[in-house]
Write a protein of this length. Sequence first.
Length: 248
Amino acid sequence: MGAHLPPPASAAWAYFLDVDGTLIAIAETPDAVRVDRALIELLTRLHDKCGGAMALVSGRAVGDVERHLGGLRVPIIGQHGLERRDAQGQVHIHAAPPAAMERIREALSSIAARHPGLLLEDKGLALALHYRLAPRLASYANRVVAQLAQEAEAGMEVQRGKRVAEIKPAGFDKGSAVLETLGEPPFRGRRPVYIGDDLTDEHGFARVNGLDGISIKVGAGKTCARFHLADTRAVRAWLGNAAGGIHA
């Protein structure tokens, strides 16, 4: 799937947009990303044109997404669906038991300290072990995260992404958060669009496919998405149709 270009974008739809790798290029570390003013302006126009039915979706925490996007106040799904700020500004959280998270945090901190190139990102509700700077440690990173999730016995699961292994509470993902959001105004009753580039976005694609929505994979790779865009530049160009009022 995902071999075809999507139909022209419409301001009548509800948009769910992954951030890293979809709207902006992936950087070597989470804090190294750069967001240009043109993207902020595009998202602002799109949000206004579709009556607020636009949400950003990310593995990052909601506050981190907002900080990198210059304080843009729009609905945000963070930490792969564990955290969600709705259109009214209310925050919804699915948290793991604090004691279990602390044990895992200590273990991963020790592992990252012993292996240069591994980077532990503490998102608050989830913990991500990045090996982008040390790809030779991919198998090791995935193995230790899986082992910690299994040992936790607190409803934890592993979420794999592009050169990152993440441990988080089980049962929540980007797809479940999309479904929650679609039950609320101004998203309710609109055709959903999900755009993403990573393994973590497959949950969103699958959910949107089940609702006869539009799922768009960015870049190469096996996917259940029905449509395809080549890169971040193509994504911005496609979204510009809806933001500019074309096909509204």
